[in-house]
Design a protein around this ligand. Structure first.
Ligand code: ADP
Ligand code: MG
Length: 709
């Protein structure tokens, strides 16, 4: 169909136009957008959606303010102002009143300028996030508009884009991007094609793609914004599901699986060698896995269990079922440290059974690799533990029957697909283990018809970790406690936040913290290690090993230690600036202690001023050790797009949908995708032309697919 073909090239060509051609942008700002945001073409920019909207369509009174408001606009008068604090804490505090109450406005920057320009008793419109401290509301760094001098107050909804400091310095703020977007949208209008078939638009009462694109950037009002979001989320999830289903990544029913019936090897281990009793939950999960092994279909199971619940032994016993039936097994971990740990932990078990276990990571040398490859192909090697290196094409098995993936959220769909192909005719059974409870909707999207097992019980005799919240000014008391614990032979983690936005500042915090720890815990009595993301892999490994061997008593680190590390002798976890961590992250970090027989402690350090959400997070941590309870609270508190890092890590490449919140849209999108592919697997029917065209158009970006965090 030549006409359709040319329509498509024209469309693609338009959105491929380099940003340089966009009126009013200019070469310098274009280059900044290239460098800072990776935006190169019209298509890139138009798909750079706002991450929130300023609702300037209505005014609130001070008496109406609530902590839960993301932002509010208030009209009132500035009565007086004064300076408070010293050094970096120096700030300007102004009293702001509107007849219903009084609040404060706080600035840490531009103090001199503000003092010169603020008008006492002048009327202002302020805008920002209200937060209450001891019943008094305040806004830190509010936007300020002087009603006497402002030309005209613009009411409405304004897009707020995720921008960097550099962009803002060059006056590419949300307002400027919004302006450029208006020009782009006007020009794009005739080129925006509908991407969904009419039937779906009717069925789900979606607005058109054009209207959606316009209103996602420049919403006419709240109602249009909602519709635009719904439409684009549906589209995104529809294509996401369509692709997964089409690539057969989420249709396990179609795959046969090996049957592992013989339990004698497993029973031998269980009765003769297992050094402890399995918990009832562990026993139940093993039964579930065994039942899967009998079906003749490929197992595709997610095992959720809180940190320390004993997932590794369940993994090992599953391996024994595979091996006892003539197959091989592999265990894949996200880092070398974790792979080493699994290997060293399982080796004694394997050897006592007369089984061969090997390890393959990025640092395995060539000679060793050659031997390993041989042993895998001949079937001599029974269990292979490793990192992503396991995915390399050179790694071939005689008969791979089971793949276990630990700490799933570091792996993408593409990696999983690669594992499946490691066994030619019958794909291996897959067991994904995670300590982060994943909401059902996310599990469904990542793994389709994934079955879920849960270990909801900790081994007997574990002493629950004691968690306390301390303010920064009690630091010397905390240091005293750390000294005591080290006297007792224990080890201590001290963790600092590292959040990308302000990476430089965080890095400085970490280094400052490290130095102050060195002053408080001097050599030679104490040895302190440091671990952060900027170190090379071998440097990290060395530091970790020193800590494991108790050569360092204190490990100062960023969240690189978050996942899975097991140092049983470490009994204290100090989390600095705990207010800056998410709840599930705090729980993960805490899970690094409490792994030995000793009483363990988690100390959450914060400053005084805490928002109500932060207080809820800290209270939850202090109250409970239960990961599922914590996940629940987390889901309730969490803002959009903050799901266990999965969304940001590129596993799903979602730009607008939020798996934590958009469950119903996901279900609808998935059912639709399934129905359409069932009726028309090759998408050849004329009514499905929009889908076909869209898929052709986005093929180029396909390589994004397997991105790993
Ligand atoms: P996680 O689920 O966090 O991966 P691990 O598998 O690392 O937990 O187990 C944590 C520790 O608990 C290990 O030292 C393991 O040997 C031990 N463990 C596992 N199951 C039991 C059990 N049923 N009884 C006693 N200790 C157990
Ligand atoms: Mg583990």
């Amino acid at each position: 169909m030549p006409t359709m073909g040319s329509a498509m090239t024209e469309r693609v060509a338009f959105f491929d136009t380099p940003l340089l051609y966009l009126k009013g942008l200019g070469p310098q700002r274009t280059e900044l957008l290239n460098k800072e945001l990776n935006l190169f073409s019209y298509g890139d920019l138009i798909q750079y959606y706002p991450f929130r909207y300023d609702d300037r369509s209505r005014f609130y009174t001070i008496s109406e303010l609530m902590d839960s408001m993301p932002s509010a606009q208030i009209r009132g008068r500035i009565r007086e102002w004064y300076q408070e604090g010293e050094g970096p804490k120096k700030r300007l505090v102004a009293t702001f009143q509107d007849g219903t109450g009084s609040m404060t406005l706080v600035w840490f920057q531009a103090i001199a300028y503000l003092e010169k320009t603020l008008r006492r008793d002048g009327e202002y419109i302020v805008y920002g996030k209200p937060q209450s401290f001891n019943g008094q509301f305040s806004i830190i760094h509010p936007e300020l508009e002087n009603t006497a001098t402002a030309a005209e107050h613009e009411a409405g909804f304004f897009p707020v884009y995720n921008l960097t400091e550099k962009l803002r310095k060059r006056h590419l703020d949300s307002k400027a991007i919004g302006k450029a977007m208006r020009i782009l949208l006007e020009q794009s209008w005739p080129h925006i094609r509908e991407t969904l078939p009419d039937s779906l638009i009717q069925q789900f009462r979606l607005i058109s793609k054009r209207d959606a694109m316009w209103n996602i950037h420049l919403p006419q009002n709240q109602a249009w914004l909602k519709q635009a979001q719904r439409r684009l989320k549906f589209e995104e999830l529809f294509y996401n599901q369509l692709r997964l289903i089409k690539n057969k990544l989420i249709q396990k029913e179609e795959f046969p699986g090996q049957i592992f019936r013989d339990t004698s090897l497993m029973k031998h281990f269980y009765k003769e060698l297992l050094p402890f009793e399995l918990t009832l939950a562990q026993q139940r999960v093993i039964k579930e896995i065994y039942a899967d092994f009998l079906t003749g279909k490929q197992m595709n199971r997610l095992l959720q269990g809180d940190v320390g619940s004993g997932k590794t032994i369940v993994a090992f016993i599953s391996c024994l079922l595979a091996i006892g039936n003539g197959a091989q097994a592999c265990i894949m971990a996200p880092t070398e440290i974790l792979a080493d740990q699994h290997y060293n932990g399982l080796k004694p078990f394997a050897e006592s059974m007369g089984l061969n276990i090997g390890i393959l990571t990025g640092s395995t040398n060539k000679k060793r690799r050659v031997v390993l490859h041989d042993e895998l192909q001949s079937g001599k090697m029974h269990i292979l533990v490793g990192t992503h290196a396991l995915l390399e094409d050179a790694v071939q098995y005689k008969n791979l029957g089971l793949c276990i993936i630990d700490e799933q959220h570091r792996f993408g769909v593409a990696q999983r697909a690669k594992l499946w192909r490691k066994n030619e005719v019958v794909p291996p059974h897959i067991l994904v283990m995670t300590a982060t409870p994943i909401p059902r909707t996310l599990a469904m999207t990542l793994y389709g018809n994934l079955d879920v097992s849960v270990i909801d019980e900790l081994p007997k005799g574990r002493k629950p970790i004691k968690t306390v919240h301390k303010f920064d000014k009690h630091r010397s008391e905390v240091f005293g406690f750390i000294r005591q614990q080290i006297e007792l032979g224990r080890q201590v983690y001290v963790v600092y936040p590292l959040i990308e936005e302000s990476e430089k500042l965080d890095y400085k915090d970490l280094m400052d913290g490290f130095e102050s720890m060195q002053r408080a815990f001097p050599r030679p009595k104490y040895e302190i290690g440091i671990l952060h993301g900027k170190m090379l892999p071998y440097e990290k490994d060395d530091e970790m090993k020193r800590f494991l061997k108790n050569e360092t008593q204190i490990l100062v680190a960023t969240t690189v230690i978050e996942v899975g590390v097991n140092v049983p002798n470490a009994s204290v976890m100090v989390i600095e600036s705990a207010e800056r961590f998410g709840l599930s992250q705090l729980h993960q970090l805490r899970g690094r202690v409490g792994r030995g027989a000793e009483q363990s402690y988690c100390i959450l350090m914060t400053g005084y001023k805490l928002s109500s959400d932060t207080r809820t997070r800290l209270e939850t941590m202090v109250r409970t050790n239960n990961g599922f309870e914590i996940a629940d609270v987390d889901l309730q508190l969490r803002g959009p797009g903050d799901l266990t890092g999965t969304q940001q890590s590129g596993v799903m490449d979602l730009m607008i949908a939020d798996l934590a919140k958009d469950g119903p849209i996901l279900t609808a999108a998935r059912d639709s995708a399934q129905a359409i592919l069932a009726e028309d697997p090759e998408l050849l029917l004329p009514q499905h032309a929009p889908i076909r065209n869209h898929l052709d158009g986005i093929k180029q970006t396909e390589s994004n697919w397997g991105r790993i965090s």
